[in-house]
Ligand binder design. Structure first.
Ligand SMILES: Nc1ncnc2c1ncn2[C@@H]1O[C@H](COP(=O)(O)OP(=O)(O)OP(=O)(O)O)[C@@H](O)[C@H]1O
Ligand SMILES: [Mg+2]
Length: 337
């Protein structure tokens, strides 16, 4: 059974009578221990989707549709008490900017012991020794000493390590990591990704890793969902997405990544022209039509939904795409004929 199942998720802003849709029709499953990547340009709805899982969509945004089940429990139906316990024990979350999530006025040790005492009910002494163990586990040198450091006394990478310690304090089975390495330099980024991979293995933790960097996703994830304009336009095993991308947006995204240009090794990275759509009323057409290099009149005739194009591989473009190996979709069959 899946650990997390999201179906038909919608997030809106604006008046209820004339809503501005930011996320729509998002369905996603995460198996226990699995790492799922959420990739897409800025503004595509990655953060809203991941925050929705914890029912932490920032106001005035609201979840307007959909179901979220975690380990068989209905997250949308949880009382505030259940929700507190869910956030404290079952899910951890780390954000892009460790400055915004660590409190600058408290020492890092105090922040971790506070979390351990509140979430796990540990006593003062036990919380302190657990916190020091955790700082050591996430690779903070001289943890006893850094226990008494303030966040600003640590480097960006160290602060992110502290965030990871905090988020995994209760050994959650699921970690939401929203752009955890975006603010870091390349070397530190690698170290943090390695740490996340280690924590995943040691705690047998499932993860939703949000990134706009396909390189990071390819390194870390089992499966990936590609978001565009608030929708998932393609999802599937990383290998399949990388080798046989089906949606024109996925192909454009891959083609814009220099070191990962596997679509055609000889071609230069080509940035995608134009701008992503802004949030607005739902339109009855393909979400990517304005920028799609192979758009045709049919693309304006209705919204596109995900169709299966291979094993656990789905694409929202019924017209484009090369047949994936073993693909069962009518589109693929059509193209072979
Ligand atoms: N408080 C808000 N009010 C209005 N619109 C919002 C608000 N928060 C987010 N949005 C809009 O919702 C859309 C999705 O936002 P989201 O933060 O999920 O994007 P993202 O994919 O995480 O982008 P990034 O890569 O920049 O973090 C964006 O177009 C954004 O402008
Ligand atoms: Mg974001």
């Amino acid at each position: 059974m899946s650990l997390l199942t999201i179906s038909g998720l919608g997030v809106e802003f604006g008046p209820r009578a004339a809503p501005l849709s930011a996320v729509r029709d998002v369905s996603l499953t995460v198996d226990p221990g699995e790492v799922i990547g959420l990739v897409g340009e800025s503004g595509s709805g990655k953060s809203l989707t991941s925050r929705a899982i914890m029912r932490m969509v920032p106001s005035p945004g609201r979840i307007s549709a959909g179901e979220i089940y975690f380990d068989g429990r209905d997250v949308m139906a949880m009382s505030s008490k259940e929700l507190r316990s869910f956030r404290a024990h079952d899910v951890g979350m780390i954000f892009q900017d460790p400055f915004s999530s660590l409190n600058p006025v408290f020492k890092v040790g105090a922040q971790i012991t506070e979390t351990l005492r509140a979430n796990l009910g540990l006593g003062r002494a036990e919380a302190r020794s657990t916190a020091i163990d955790m700082l050591e586990r996430v690779g903070i040198p001289r943890p006893e000493q850094h226990f008494s450091s303030y966040p600003h006394e640590l480097s960006g990478g160290m602060r992110q390590r502290v965030m990871i310690a905090l988020a995994t304090a209760s050994r959650p089975r699921f970690l939401l990591a929203d752009e955890p390495t975006t603010a870091l330099d390349v070397t530190t980024q690698k170290q943090i990704l390695t740490l996340l991979a280690t924590m995943r293995r040691d705690f047998d933790m499932a993860m939703l890793l949000v990134s706009h960097d396909f390189g990071v996703i390819a390194q870390m994830c089992d499966r990936v969902a590609v978001m565009y304009g608030g929708q998932i336009v393609e999802s599937g095993p990383v290998e399949a997405i990388y080798r046989t991308p089906q949606h024109p947006y996925t192909r454009a995204l891959l083609a814009s990544v220099p070191e990962l240009d596997a679509v055609d090794q000889r071609s230069r990275p080509t940035p995608l022209e134009g701008y992503p759509p802004e949030i607005g009323p739902v339109r009855d057409e393909c979400v990517f039509v304005e920028r799609c290099p192979s758009a045709r009149p049919d693309c304006r005739s209705g919204r596109m939904s995900l169709e299966q194009v291979g094993t656990r591989h789905h694409s929202a473009c019924p017209f484009e795409g090369r047949p994936a190996e073993g693909a069962q979709s009518p589109v693929a069959k059509e193209r072979v004929v």
